[in-house]
Design a protein around this ligand. Sequence first.
Ligand code: M6P
Ligand code: ZN
Length: 193
Amino acid sequence: MQAAPVSDLPISVQFDFATGIFEPWLELQDRRLSNLKEMFYDQERVRNILSEGDPVIYEIRYHPFQTSTSDMSLGVTRIYPGKIGDEYHMTKGHFHERLDQPEIYFCIHGEGYLLMETREGDFRAAPWKPGTITHIPPMWAHRVVNTGKDTLFFVASYHLAAGHDYDAVTRRGFAQVVVEREGKAVLMPNPRR
Ligand code: M6P
Ligand code: ZN
């Protein structure tokens, strides 16, 4: 993320509920399979797919609202439908670097789960549909999984100072993974733990 421009004036952006894209945004990040290859449990499948290409799994548009005294930020993530092997497309997932920083996620479109886990191993999977709003308390890692046939998009509101810590999630994943079984999305214990 580049340094955010400082403005003490109110700013509005315009969100399109049909596409999940808002304007203007200040930064766009594509997350390709190579950026989150450690996250999927079926590592052989990851290698096979990467030998033929590097699909975009999701994209994020950011607008940091940096003022001289505050650092609220907006992020809109769009997760494309699909699976890696039998595991559904999902975000990397992260803890916040700062231990006092929560976040609010608003599901706008699509269906899936918001997975959350503490370092002590307390785990929650919130089923998600349009209109579900989840408060993620400090010290809970968070990851969104798209189990539907459409693009899932959600709005995130957080402070820039929260920071992203991907370390533990990259090494250990979450306690459970979301996979397709007989056409249905089910949770199962992470085979890599
Ligand atoms: C939301 C926010 C962002 C985050 C993004 C993608 O928009 O939580 O801070 O970057 O989701 O999640 P991740 O960084 O885990 O890939
Ligand atoms: Zn976060």
